[in-house]
Design a protein around this ligand. Structure first.
Ligand code: DMJ
Length: 630
């Protein structure tokens, strides 16, 4: 504008042109528009342009050109190497500090401003009228926007590791598992694409009744495994199905738990891996649809929800209309991320309220029974198990602490107290020296361990780090003993795959004694523990045990058109159950693959796996953001 002022000895330009006041104004408007346009055009120049570098700072230039450190593309694209120092702290960081993962519900002051997928204030929250739902304030909303670039820079390791330096045998084994994934995917795609699971014997699709009309469970569950294994073409197929065909406007009975861990978890992870908006928006949309399940007098959600009408009810088989510990206790990780990405506090409020109810209620002998009434908030039956019905509740306590970058001390305390009670009342040693975790029915022990309970070796190892110094080794030993027992349940079968449940009574140890418990449905829990034990101890036996599983899967579960569960692990001519479970692609193959990867591939420093093996990022940026507020 100064340039347009009259210079000494020269008439001003507009004056020189003989313009009147309104015309002068129009002329100035035109000129400033022109200047803005020229500046904007700088962003279109190639990154190498000297002209551009003269006018734009390096980071802005890189962002305009698509920074190669920030890939939005599938696995084939260059993997980001470890990030440079954190981006300059901005005002936005300060505002975001109030809504960070892992902090208490006071976060509810955060808002849904700048994100394209923002949730309208009050959305999903208005119906929350429960007796005990937290009445956290929602009125003071600061501008909010999740910054994907900042998140990527906060990671301590490249997502897919740095690579190099491994032994040829390790690489060959990893590639074999990748081939198994491709085989499982190709057959699903060929015979069941868009259905929930593949039926590999009859070569068709299965819909089932767990997902309330949602389709493509295998696609959503497999997305991140395809990405991690760098199966680029297959990932693109999965992605374009999500874009074009994943319909969330459905009716039908859905399991809140299953939809959350498989769909919400799978979509969240794929967003964090790729930065592709479609995954974020689908996750948030689906998350909103789950909220009516929390409309109960206590805020403890019911297990079943109609995603269309929002009506919810309890499972018919759950006594006295109760909700299940492992179901309502396995929402925390995903729901915190839904708040993180949307800025909408309602998701965090819902799960923090569950925690509040659990903290308030008296626990028999310090144990958490599996059935709780969502109406009265009282336990319904005193059945305690670290396997089915209880399992991932404990897992999510310790993982909440890890995901909060070790700041959620309430979760840590709840985990420690629960584990102490479990150890005191349920952990036993067999006559043959095998450590196992029994089940508890109103004070009477059932000396049985389910396959599902075998995740606990990995969990206890993962949690050992936070234990008091004198207990660390104790917990690592306990984790190793339980993992050893679970390995024995595999080693003592004829197929070298483990049964659904094994017992320690009537002279038997680590074998199924009932016909109905002899099946194996491609479950992941044992290899999950092998992976954690390997990463935390580097004892080569865990890789060896994992390889035994690979060989057994190939021999007994691989059929012409995919992988199938088997009905009896104690016969070498097993009959197949004709089902390729989606968790086989999401979990079993992913854990096996990671067992033969370097530790920096999905490093445990950066990622916490949800209970369906979908990795969710640790909130490293919180402290930075917090510091910048002070
Ligand atoms: C998976 O869906 C999850 O691991 C869940 O927590 C338990 N059951 C299956 C696999 O066995």
């Amino acid at each position: 504008m100064l340039l347009l002022r009259k210079l000494p000895g020269m008439p001003g330009w507009p004056a020189a042109l003989g313009l009147r006041l309104p015309q002068k104004f129009l002329f100035l408007l035109f000129l400033s528009g022109l200047l803005t346009l020229c500046f904007g055009a700088l962003f279109l120049l190639p990154d190498s342009s000297r002209f551009k570098r003269l006018f734009l700072p390096r980071r802005a230039a890189a962002a305009a050109a698509g920074d190669p450190d920030l890939p939005r593309s599938p696995p084939a694209a260059a993997e980001p190497r470890h990030a440079s120092p954190a981006a300059p702290r901005r005002l936005r960081d300060k505002l975001r500090a109030a809504a960070r993962l892992g902090a208490p519900p006071a976060h509810t002051a955060a808002s849904a401003g700048g994100s394209p997928q923002q949730v309208q204030p009050g959305a999903g929250g208005a119906e929350a009228g429960t007796d005990s739902a937290p009445a956290a304030p929602r009125q003071t909303r600061a501008p909010f926007g999740f910054d994907y670039e900042t998140f990527r820079r906060s990671l301590r390791h490249p997502v897919l590791g740095r690579g190099g330096g491994e032994e040829p045998e390790t690489r060959a084994r990893r590639l074999k598992i990748r081939e198994m994934m491709k085989f499982a995917w190709d057959n699903y795609r060929r015979y069941a694409f868009g259905k929930n699971e593949l039926r590999p014997l009859t070569k068709n699709g299965h819909i089932g009744n767990m997902f309330g009309g949602l389709r493509g469970a295998t696609i959503v569950d497999a997305l991140d495994t395809l990405y991690i294994m760098e199966l680029g073409e297959e990932f693109q197929e999965a992605k374009s199905w999500v874009e074009k065909s994943l319909d969330l406007n459905v009716n039908g009975e859905a399991s809140l738990f299953e939809v959350n861990i498989r769909y919400v978890g799978g979509l969240l992870t794929t967003y964090y891996l790729t930065g592709e908006e479609v995954f974020k928006s689908k996750a948030l949309e689906l998350g909103e649809k789950l909220l009516p399940a929390f409309n109960t007098p206590t805020g403890i959600p019911r297990g079943v929800i109609n995603l269309g009408s929002g009506m919810s009810w309890s499972w018919g088989w759950a006594s006295a209309g109760s909700s299940i510990l492992a179901e309502f206790g396995t929402l925390h990780l995903e729901f915190l991320h839904l708040t993180e990405l949307s800025g909408n506090p309602v998701f965090t409020e819902k799960v923090m309220n569950i925690r509040k109810v659990l903290n308030r209620i008296e626990k028999p002998q310090g144990l958490y029974p599996n059935f709780l009434s969502p109406v009265t908030g009282n336990w319904v039956q005193h059945h305690v198990s670290i396997g089915g019905l209880g399992d991932s509740f404990y897992e999510y306590l310790i993982k909440s602490w890890l995901m909060s970058d070790k700041r959620d001390t309430e979760a840590k305390k709840m985990y420690n107290d629960a584990l102490e009670a479990i150890e005191k009342h349920l952990v036993k040693k067999s006559a043959g020296g095998l450590t196992y975790i029994a089940e508890w029915r109103g004070g009477i022990l059932d000396h049985k361990m389910g396959h599902l309970a075998c995740f606990s070796g990995g969990m206890i190892a993962l949690g050992a780090e936070q234990a008091a110094e004198e207990k660390k080794q104790h917990y690592m030993d306990l984790a190793a003993e339980i993992t050893h027992t679970c390995h024995e349940s595999y080693a003592r079968s004829d197929t070298k795959l483990g049964p659904e449940a094994f017992r320690f009574d009537s002279g038997t140890e680590a074998v199924a004694t009932r016909l109905s418990e002899r099946y194996y449905i491609l479950r992941p829990e044992v290899v999950e523990s092998y992976l954690y034990m390997w990463r935390l101890t580097h004892d080569p036996k865990y890789r060896q045990w994992g390889w035994e599983v690979v060989k057994a899967l190939e021999k007994y579960c691989r059929v012409e058109a995919g992988f199938s569960g088997i009905r009896d692990v104690y016969t070498t001519t097993p009959s197949h159950d004709n089902m390729q479970q989606s968790f086989f692609l999401a979990e079993t193959l992913k854990y096996l693959y990671l067992l033969f990867c370097d530790d920096d591939v999905l490093s445990l420093e950066d990622w916490v796996f949800n209970t369906e093996a979908h990795p969710l990022p640790v909130n490293h940026t919180n402290l930075k953001a917090k510091a910048s507020v002070q």
